[in-house]
Ligand binder design. Structure first.
Ligand code: MIC
Ligand code: SF4
Length: 647
């Protein structure tokens, strides 16, 4: 049978061989990654599940998000994570070693393997031919313990790349063009596979920029073939032994084919406030800019930083611009420090930031009030930068540099038109120094887990009730991201303390929500969330389900719910219901009293669930899309309960 890359890798990892598209399948996971912001909860759950040692080939715990360490909380978390890693057989990448996706690509990614990460940008690994998927921490905990990861056997869209990028047009512009075509919604249950002559023109780091930001499409993941460029990258990282060539069979089938001519692309920018709001930079030219930030897991590879240094050499940034530059990893930072490129960046007037997530997650470098920030990162949701009314544009490093010099959003094809495009050769040998990746103890008995005051316990949930009498505690619109539900930025340090973090649920939407919901919970009234399309876009943070659960949210009723968040809701025992008729969204208002009966029977039989709106005296039909496995989880009140019952 002729198979595409997705089928080849998935089929080699399937537990049951006769998978059908659209049905739920369990796959074996070879590698996992966690980061500190989602990691503490992941490992607390790993412990709660009673696992004694990881069963994967490689599991790495990265410290990259909460490196601000204002107060003791982050450092407490890091110590806990370090001791857990030592005890349970996990590699520990210390703060300062770099952003999880960049480091994983450099040091651990292997073509043909499966990778599950508690971060939505885990698909970065697709740049080297992995099936790399983002998921909630609890799913990652189960996979580390040797359990399967369940997903819908996906549809596959082939993107046929033809031609070659013109000078000053970048990999970032390719993924922005794809976002323009496919948008940020409606792609659930799909994987993107790249093919065509254009693939060979892209290096592994360029491919990784594309698969990284594929997360913004809402697809399960994206994957490139593994070819000579993959081999060259692995060789230069001293890891050629894990190379294997992977390509689609010539007559492989796809659900849809999109052809993209790279030579026709021009620089693009995702405009405020969505990565899908893509415009051509020349149309936006002359917008005054306050801040330019280069870095993040999307665009902070060695080649990106060398290009930035080359373009900034002998130039100074515009007087009113604040330029911040951060490397994706310590490998990149050490290499540009040794070859002098870092000096050129400093000389231009840039502020050198730590090689971590930093500005991207909004815990530093927040722009001024109503400021305009131009960034090479992947998300520009409202408020994510740390400044509620800032406007963030997402661009390539080329556009970011041109903009930092002029002070206005600037098309690099025009600004640099008299300059030869610097072709940055990838090094034959990257600088390899894994001294900041700590190895676990072979004998776990002796290792003591260090739990500081910031380390709470995972909250418990009751089994699903058969009758829900509840109230609409909040009604939100379309494209509500997990950043809206559970803000990051300066609230990040409470990730390990659910009771505290829960005080900030929907903070920007409705500052009174958490208090109101808690009062309802104490009175025995269930809280229900009403939402529009694509509820739960963006981050994999399971806190967007755990904290609402803690506040007594029993159900989300939405027009549609994004994949990772849908799974997280089930994992924490919140019913993810969809309006059968989207128009019914208008028939429910804030504070309406709702009642649902015989929930167990309806969930087990997969029947339409009827919601009585007592306040409006109307009935609304809902559907809950669940597999057999998910039904059991939901009825048990979440995956932790369900797995404990099973054990
Ligand atoms: C993000 O980019 O939004 C994050 C912060 O990396 C999240 C994870 C988190 O919320 O901790 C993600 O992408 O999943
Ligand atoms: Fe970190 Fe930003 Fe990448 Fe998320 S998107 S992993 S916050 S750099």
């Amino acid at each position: 049978m002729c198979r595409n890359i997705v089928q080849k890798i998935l089929d080699a990892h399937l537990e049951e061989k006769n998978a059908r598209q659209g049905s739920e399948v369990g796959i074996r996971i070879d590698q996992t990654l966690t980061q500190d912001a989602t990691g503490t909860m992941t490992y607390l759950q790993f412990e709660a599940l009673g696992f004694k040692r990881v069963k994967t080939e490689v599991s790495v715990s990265y410290i990259d998000h909460n490196t601000i360490q204002e107060g003791f909380e982050n450092a407490d978390d890091h110590r806990y994570l370090e001791s857990i890693a030592r005890k349970y057989g996990i590699l520990f990448s210390k703060a300062g070693n770099g952003i999880c996706h960049q480091v994983h690509l450099e040091r651990f990614g292997c073509p043909g393997k499966t990778l599950l990460g508690s971060d939505s940008h885990t698909p970065t690994g697709g740049g080297m031919g992995m099936i790399a998927i983002g998921a909630g921490g609890l799913d990652v905990a189960v996979a580390m313990g040797g359990g399967l990861f369940y997903l819908t056997y996906p549809k596959v869209i082939k993107i046929e790349l033809v031609g070659k990028l013109r000078p000053w047009v970048a990999a970032k512009d390719i993924v922005l063009a794809i976002l323009e075509i496919l948008s940020t919604k409606g792609n659930v249950g799909t994987v993107i596979e790249f093919d065509g002559e254009g693939v060979a023109t892209l290096s592994v780091p360029q491919r990784a920029t594309i698969t990284n930001m594929g997360a913004e499409l809402g697809v399960t993941t994206s994957v490139f073939p593994s070819d000579n460029n993959t081999l060259a990258f692995l060789k230069a990282q001293g890891r050629s032994e894990c190379f294997r060539a992977i390509s689609a069979d010539p007559d492989a089938n796809y659900d849809r084919v999109i052809t993209l001519d790279l030579s026709m692309l021009s620089p693009r920018a995702a405009s405020p406030h969505s990565p899908g709001n893509v415009k051509v930079v020349s149309e936006l030219a002359n917008i005054p800019v306050d801040q330019v930030l280069i870095g993040s897991c999307t665009n902070a590879s060695y080649a990106d930083l060398m290009l930035v240094a080359h373009l900034l050499k002998n130039r100074t940034i515009a007087p009113h611009i604040s330029l911040g530059v951060s490397c994706g990893s310590r490998q990149v930072l050490q290499m540009i420090a040794r070859n002098g490129a870092l000096a050129d960046i400093i000389a231009s007037g840039a502020r050198i930031l730590e090689n971590s997530c930093g500005f991207c997650i909004g815990n530093s470098m927040a722009p001024e009030a109503s400021g305009v920030s131009v960034r090479t990162s992947n998300r520009n949701f409202e408020g994510r930068s740390g400044t509620t009314d800032a406007k963030v544009y997402l661009v390539s490093p080329e556009t970011a540099v041109a903009t930092s010099v002029t002070g206005f959003l600037t098309d690099p094809t025009q600004f640099f038109s008299n300059q030869k495009y610097p072709e940055i050769d990838l090094p034959e040998n990257y600088l390899i120094d894994d001294s900041m990746i700590l190895k676990p103890e072979p004998d776990s008995e002796k290792t003591i887990i260090i739990r500081g005051a910031n380390i709470g316990a995972p909250p418990k949930n009751d089994p699903c009730a058969d009758v829900i009498t509840g109230v609409v505690a909040i009604k939100v619109g379309d494209k509500i991201t997990t950043d809206h539900i559970m803000p990051a930025g300066n609230r990040l340090k409470y990730r390990s303390n659910i009771a505290k973090y829960a005080e900030y649920v929907f903070e920007r939407q409705d500052p009174e929500f958490a208090k109101r919901a808690m009062l309802n919970k104490q009175k025995g009234i269930a809280n229900i969330i009403i939402a529009g399309e694509s509820y739960g876009q963006g981050s994999s943070r399971e806190h967007a389900a755990i904290c609402p659960m803690f506040l007594g949210v029993k159900m989300v009723i939405a027009k549609s719910i994004e994949r990772i968040h849908h799974d997280n809701l089930i994992n924490f025992g919140i019913i993810p219901a969809i309006f059968m008729n989207g128009q019914d969204y208008n028939k429910i208002g804030l504070n309406d009293n709702l009642e649902l009966n015989e929930i167990h029977k309806h969930i087990i039989d997969g029947e339409v669930l009827v919601c009585n709106n007592i306040s409006a005296k109307s009935k609304i039909n809902l559907i809950v899309n669940l597999s057999e496995r998910q039904r059991k989880i939901l009825l048990a009140g979440g995956l932790l309960n369900a797995t404990r019952n099973k054990i």
